[in-house]
Design a protein around this ligand. Structure first.
Ligand SMILES: *Cc1c(COP(=O)(O)O)cnc(C)c1O
Length: 367
């Protein structure tokens, strides 16, 4: 069936990013596939990452990890947002490593008979996940019922090279590792770096890196680190949609809800068959689509299922033509970075929010 919109997922680009990142750090790579693999498709990307050299997979939720196991992923999987009350038995049964960030979670998981595998998460200064005020209790805890596989933390500002908070977090991480060693706990896998640290800060690399956005070929921060091309990465997702309709309109036509834009000349408008229900940000000032070799800027507000672009008075585009909403930019099309800027957000949010109504097409095929 022909679709009205599709996200094309380039598995060769994914493979190229994985091998580039691995060669850069020379340690194990945990491919972060949380949030439906940043919108690229949890199972397909999980399997493709495994096949193309990822050593681990990382997710936020236990149910994401279980879905990966159920679909045949065999490499180790770490889930790091598994609150108290979760089904820790299932985690152990599916051979899923769980991040532990509180005493109550440690106590609960210690009840599991299968000697569950845990990674201790420490708060080194981001003030979000990880042990902080309970750290001294943790040092006195009973670890006999669990296998402590890892210790890890997460950077808040790794995209800002030379930022003092990064060295503070690194020092704090080393101290925590040392304090744990002093009570006889030496987790074999210490991991700290995310995509930005993997690309910028070799001192922060321990036994494994956890890369998300860079594996999808996108820059952790275009302002501080430049774009994909600058970083040697290949964007994995290209988003396309059909022109539902092309029509000629006179000058003075108010476009869309709220009539926030009025045409200043006679022109051809295109109605693109995607909207905010599909993850196109409602306010996207300065983005647009690429059709017939040129950019057509967005006009007015994005609706739920559609938005309008200005194709220009002499456009040859027709109803039913495909347009590129974002891609790698190599033909002149807008990128996920452009859409991030246009919506006062970031590329992470653009790709992650592409909705379930949009089919993902994989080339080459994953299955
Ligand atoms: C999301 C996440 C990552 C990946 O971050 P990127 O910036 O996409 O590389 C790594 N570690 C943890 C704990 C995360 O939550």
């Amino acid at each position: 069936m022909e679709h009205r919109a599709e996200a094309r997922i380039d598995i060769n680009a994914l493979a190229s990013n994985i091998s580039y990142l691995k060669s850069k750090v020379g340690v194990d790579l945990l491919a972060v596939v949380k949030a439906d693999a940043y919108g690229h498709g949890l199972i397909e990307i999980g399997l493709a990452a495994e096949k193309n050299g990822a050593d681990w997979l990382g997710v936020a939720l236990l149910e994401e990890a279980i879905a990966l196991r159920t679909h045949g992923v065999r490499i180790p999987i770490l889930a790091w947002l598994v609150p108290p009350g979760s089904d820790f038995n299932s985690a152990a049964k599916h051979d899923i490593d769980v991040a532990i960030a509180s005493m109550i979670a440690l106590e609960e998981i210690s009840q599991v008979p299968l000697k569950p595998r845990i990674h201790i998460e420490v708060d080194t200064g981001m003030t979000r996940g990880g042990f902080l005020d309970e750290w001294s209790q943790l040092l006195e805890a009973d670890f006999s019922k669990v296998e402590v596989v890892g210790i890890f933390s997460h950077f808040a500002r790794a995209d800002e090279a030379g930022q003092q908070q990064n060295s503070d977090q690194l020092q704090s991480f080393k101290s925590r590792v040392g304090e744990l060693a002093a009570v006889g706990i030496n987790p074999p896998i210490k991991h700290l770096g995310n995509s930005a640290a993997t690309l910028l800060d070799e001192d922060s690399i321990f036994d494994m890196v956890r890369t998300g956005i860079a594996m999808y070929g996108l820059s952790p921060d275009i302002k501080t680190m430049g774009d994909s091309k600058n970083l040697g990465l290949k964007p994995v997702m290209q988003l396309r949609a059909k022109l539902h309709l092309v029509k000629r309109v006179p000058a003075g036509s108010p476009v869309g809800y709220g009539a926030t834009v009025i045409t200043d000349k006679e022109t051809k408008l295109g109605v693109v068959a995607m909207g905010y229900a599909d993850g196109i940000p409602r306010i996207s000032q300065g983005a647009g689509v690429f059709v017939n070799g040129r950019r057509a800027p967005i006009m007015g507000r994005v609706s739920m299922d559609q938005f309008v672009v200005d194709l220009g008075p002499d456009s040859a585009a027709n109803s039913g033509d495909w347009v590129i909403i974002f891609g790698d930019g190599s033909h002149g099309e807008y990128t996920a970075d452009d859409w991030g800027n246009a919506s006062l957000s970031i590329n992470y949010e653009i790709v992650t929010r592409i909705g379930p109504r949009v089919p993902r097409l994989y080339a080459p095929h994953v299955y």
